[in-house]
Design a protein around this ligand. Structure first.
Ligand SMILES: Cc1cc2nc3c(=O)[nH]c(=O)nc-3n(C[C@H](O)[C@H](O)[C@H](O)COP(=O)(O)OP(=O)(O)OC[C@H]3O[C@@H](n4cnc5c(N)ncnc54)[C@H](O)[C@@H]3O)c2cc1C
Length: 241
């Protein structure tokens, strides 16, 4: 794999795969024509720009979900029919996107974090998945507990991959479903709170906590970790709102 220094200027990437992962989330994979992918740490994000035929640009931030050890960048994109996501709805394989980055301080450094707790809401799983792939690809031996919240069972992103990670890296996963529906679900239910954290991850005090999701979700997790007397220095958050 060819690796270049972090990019400041924009670079053209091509869409190589689009997976309709859940009713609302598509996974987009992009790769640069020269295969020279940027260097990044899991947890970081890029700015993606769509350029229309009339040269009008729309730019939004997206967390990288793929491992830094591959030649593609994956994104878990909640298709909310907004300005950029409606452009992406109509995009096809081979279409161009401009990429700037990487950016962000929400970074995972395996040599510094031996025991971690990942708390993700919805597409907030993206940066965690990048971290999990690095942990697996580089056999870092990191001890990871994951609390992942979705509204409905059919909104779980990469369900099979998460399952495989349980045996591959010893991932301790708890998925919680927050809304009632007729879909079958015999796992955890309700919003993540301090009781749920201590029930599923009793050694939370020994872990660095990474939280990612919408603003209200991150606020609730700050309250939950504070109730557990987890030092805020040990809580790293990436807010999308
Ligand atoms: C650092 C960072 C990383 C991000 N990573 C991701 C990611 O990995 N995946 C991802 O899907 N998004 C991510 N986002 C959000 C993303 O940048 C866009 O805001 C989102 O895709 C909507 O853009 P849009 O142009 O389609 O909608 P806009 O036209 O900007 O917004 C349309 C309307 O929808 C509302 N809205 C915006 N976002 C959401 C949402 N998520 N759910 C419901 N309503 C919303 C807005 O308030 C607005 O009213 C990230 C944001 C940041 C700051």
């Amino acid at each position: 794999m060819a690796v270049s220094k972090p990019l400041i200027k924009r670079k053209e990437y091509l869409i190589t795969e689009i997976i309709h992962e859940t009713p609302d989330v598509d996974i987009f994979s992009i790769t640069p024509p020269d295969n020279e992918i940027m260097e990044f740490d899991p947890g970081m994000f890029v700015m993606l720009t769509h350029v229309s035929a009339d040269s009008k640009e729309v730019t939004r931030a997206f967390s990288i979900a793929s491992s830094p050890t591959t030649c593609v960048l994956d994104f878990y994109i909640h298709m909310i029919h907004g300005q950029l996501t409606s452009k992406l709805e109509n995009s096809k394989l081979g279409d161009k996107l401009l990429v700037t980055g990487p950016y962000g301080q929400f970074r995972f450094v395996p040599s510094e974090e031996k025991k971690v707790l990942f708390i993700a809401g919805g597409t907030g799983l993206a940066p965690m998945m990048s971290m999990l792939k690095q942990i697996k690809d580089q056999s870092t031996g990191t001890d990871v507990a994951l609390l992942y919240s979705v509204r409905y069972p059919n909104e779980i992103i990469r369900k099979e991959e998460l399952k495989s990670l349980e045996s591959e890296i010893g991932l301790n996963t708890t998925i919680t479903v927050t809304r009632e529906s007729e879909q079958h679900w015999d796992g955890e239910r309700g919003h993540i709170n301090s009781q749920m954290i201590s029930r599923h991850v009793p050694d939370y005090a020994e872990r660095t906590v990474f939280v990612c999701g919408p603003l209200e979700f991150v606020k609730a997790m700050r309250t939950a970790t504070s109730e557990l007397n987890i030092n805020s220095i040990k809580v790293k958050a990436d807010v999308w709102g």
